[in-house]
Design a protein around this ligand. Sequence first.
Ligand SMILES: C[S@@+](CC[C@H](N)C(=O)[O-])C[C@H]1O[C@@H](n2cnc3c(N)ncnc32)[C@H](O)[C@@H]1O
Length: 357
Amino acid sequence: MGVGVMRMSWSTTTLLLCSQSHNPTTILFRRPPSFSFRDTTRRRQRSIHLRARRAAATEAQLDDDDHSGIMWKQLQKGIAEFYDESSTLWENIWGDHMHHGFYDPDSSVSLSDHRPAQIRMIDEALRFASLPEEPKNVVDVGCGIGGSSRYIASKYGAKCKGITLSPVQAQRANALASSQSLSPQVSFQVADALDQPFADGKFDLVWSMESGEHMPDKSKFVSELARVAAPGGTIIIVTWCHRDLKPGEESLQPWEQTLLNKICDAFYLPAWCSTADYVRLMESLSLQDIKAADWSQYVAPFWPAVIRSALTWKGLTSLLRAGRKTIRGALAMPLMIEGYKKDLIKFAIITCRKPHQ
Ligand SMILES: C[S@@+](CC[C@H](N)C(=O)[O-])C[C@H]1O[C@@H](n2cnc3c(N)ncnc32)[C@H](O)[C@@H]1O
């Protein structure tokens, strides 16, 4: 399935979560090896070999860690610049929600239907997760310009903290919160979802709407969401996944990986994983009430609508003004439609609860 052995060293066995080959070291589990040697001499000799091999493995590990650290820094920079550059254009045409809308399957829609559909996406996700009670403290991980936070804060009277990699988004999100008299109840900052600036157990709702696809280490991502969740708190992840692998399949087909790689390049995404991978990660952290669903059929009208809006005079001139990264993203939009049509891309929701202990 999607979990394969990446590297075996003497000190660790490292398992790789994602099934795409160019994944920059997405680590799922490390476990200590067990050795049993019969006599002391052999043990001593082996111990020398072990030390040598361990030293070599550590060196290789450091090289790999350095390499993945550099790749992560580059990806982070790309994501931040992509959203710094494109968020104003998106807001001018689509408003403050930077996520898919939720539509009735096979419905025909017009431009005025999209904002209600984006709000419906938030409501459907909250309903799917069956919150035990109204949330009081919410973290919005990968908050964009804060549309979800402001909506959830207004709906429940909750306090919300949003994080994004984009300084332009954080600034705009705070300005919008202030203009809607929602600050300081709702506030935003630049921070990394993989290293969140929050204490353990702080939030009764941990919300990630279409940011998971940007995370190069899904294991770290889910464990950070679990860390900041309060006991009994709910975690909601709505994200792009690739299809679940079939029994006996070890990776996606080459054409599928090629298509995803093109999308990754355009939207600053690392390797993708499947919904089943997320479920396994949550299980490995002993999270409870894990639920997942494929909502691809409910989002089908979205990308055709984004393309139609980009092809208007306003869309085209704004695109040209926005810059190279945004244009590259726009050119990749038909690939998303192709991925959905070929059942490769899945629009997934995965929710769970942190145990009370
Ligand atoms: C498609 S936008 C979704 C925005 C928002 N959730 C919404 O629905 O309007 C993806 C967001 O994820 C954020 N993001 C990506 N990687 C991140 C990371 N490692 N840490 C924090 N935010 C991240 C981006 O900065 C961007 O705000």
